[in-house]
Design a protein around this ligand. Structure first.
Ligand SMILES: Nc1ncnc2c1ncn2[C@@H]1O[C@H](COP(=O)(O)OP(=O)(O)O)[C@@H](O)[C@H]1O
Ligand SMILES: [Mg+2]
Length: 445
């Protein structure tokens, strides 16, 4: 609790609270998502109250220009009139964090959604942090058991790694995240459900997790119908909670669904305050925020724990040029790609092992593991490359021993890659299965 980081943050928080808040202001314009006020002098990121004819609503300062302050409401806008008073809201800054978050469901501000009462806060943590000095981070050198065989064996994830989960909609992202929440070997699982349908949040909590599994999980929910500010904060709140547990020395798995919705929320806000769009409608601030968020995950210093993270990225229509997918690929240490054609054929989890890669795998597995994984990928790839020929009967058996082997091995490989929704396959078991499978594949050329 008294790490140099904390002292540093405390001094930062103090600086923020001592900024002189000069005056209350009044609304002059309200167009689209933002409200414009004059007369208030509030720091960007601070909270304020806007008086309405029915009461008051909360808003946050998102920018300024000349003498205008841009505000974005954090709740539904109703009853606002020109000239409405804008008052600074003096509230303790930071997010309430504590061990009592375990088993809870909170919103983007860290407020309980589950009706189980207030969160007992140990302290308040700032939701944005300066980047960690990369030299004090522990290196990634151990494998993380995620409870999914295709990942454990062929795309091994390291403790403290940041992975992407790339997929279109409806191909099994949520189910896969649920499988990992259940089956991973972690002390705490923090799940950020951001910008997805509200129904999914309920399903995730009630259908996918049992009561016992919920005890080590914290769910942060900011579904699609919340304001863009709440969606943006949802991801940052999930990250801050994960950091809290990491700083306690715990092994955390952080699952964010989805990073694309986070980028979209920032785009909505930035465009509303007049930032010019650059890449495919995304303003530059989006591409500054993505790495700032992603970089916060990872291993901590020697005394801290770790955050292993999965960020889902939507790739609609297999659009590889999507700027968010492009940016995510560059800042993450690997990605698992889910394929629609596999999902359509009933192959679940629909992991496309040919396009998935874990960049830290060589650092965390044995040479033998690496060789077996490569061999399985090779044979699978041979099958896939010749699948069209094979399926129309144009391949004559015996003309290429590699293809013959691929045809023989294909059912076993496919069975190995599949896993039921409720099934948990631990790391050791995944490795045993892989060894048995690789034995039948020989050395390869
Ligand atoms: N491992 C699995 N086993 C069986 N069916 C699955 C599996 N994973 C996904 N599915 C099917 O795919 C559907 C969509 O999955 P979902 O995770 O909701 O997709 P997404 O989050 O990508 O939109 C599920 O309702 C389920 O029928
Ligand atoms: Mg989903």
């Amino acid at each position: 609790m008294t790490s140099p980081w904390h002292t540093h943050f405390e001094s930062l928080t103090k600086q923020v609270t001592t900024v002189p808040i000069v005056a209350a202001g009044k609304l002059v314009r309200g167009i689209g998502l933002t409200l414009e006020a004059v007369g208030c002098q509030l720091p960007v990121g601070s909270q304020c109250l806007v008086q309405t004819i029915e009461g008051e609503i909360e808003a946050e300062v998102v920018g300024f220009g000349d003498d205008i302050t841009y505000l974005m409401p954090t709740e539904a806008v109703r009853g606002i009139v020109p000239g409405s008073r804008v008052m600074p809201l003096s509230r303790q800054s930071g997010l309430p964090v504590g061990m009592s978050l375990l088993g809870r469901v909170v919103d983007g501000n860290g407020q309980p959604l589950d009706g189980l009462g207030e969160i007992e806060a140990e302290h308040r943590a700032p939701t944005t942090r300066p980047p960690m000095n990369p030299l004090i981070r522990r290196p990634i050198n151990a494998a993380m058991d995620v409870g999914v065989r295709a990942i454990n064996a062929l795309n091994t994830v390291g403790v403290g790694q940041r992975m992407g989960l790339f997929a279109g909609s409806g191909v099994g992202k949520s189910v896969l995240l649920g499988m990992m929440t259940r089956g991973c070997e972690a002390d705490v699982v923090v799940v950020g459900l951001v910008g997805e349908r509200g129904r999914e949040v309920k399903e995730f909590i009630h259908d996918i997790l049992t009561e016992e599994e919920r005890k080590r999980a914290v769910v942060v929910a900011a579904p699609a119908d919340t304001s863009p500010l709440m969606r943006l904060k949802g991801c940052e709140t999930a990250m801050t909670i994960a950091e809290y547990f990491r700083d306690k020395g715990l092994k955390v798995l952080l699952l964010i669904d989805s990073l694309t919705r986070y980028a979209m929320a920032q785009r909505e806000i930035a465009l509303a305050v007049g930032e010019p769009p650059a890449t495919r409608g995304y303003p530059p601030s989006v591409f500054a925020r993505l790495p700032a968020l992603v970089e916060r995950a990872g291993n901590g210093s020697e005394k801290q724990g770790s955050i292993t993270a999965f960020f889902t990225v939507l790739t609609e229509g297999d659009d590889l040029q999507d700027p968010v997918a492009d940016a995510a690929r560059a800042i993450l240490d690997g990605h698992v790609v889910l394929s629609r054609s596999l999902a359509d054929s009933g192959h679940y989890p629909a992991i496309d092992i040919e396009s998935s890669i874990s960049r830290v795998m060589p650092q965390v597995v044995s040479e033998e593991h690496q060789l077996m994984a490569r061999r399985i990928r090779q044979v699978y790839s041979h099958y896939k490359q010749n699948q069209d020929l094979i399926s129309i009967g144009a391949y004559a058996k015996g003309s290429d021993p590699r293809i013959d082997l691929a045809i023989r091995a294909e059912p076993a490989i496919n069975a190995f890659l599949q896993q039921g929704m409720k099934q948990v396959l631990p790391y050791d078991e995944s490795l045993e299965g892989m060894a048995a499978l690789a034995k039948g594949l020989g050395q390869g050329q």
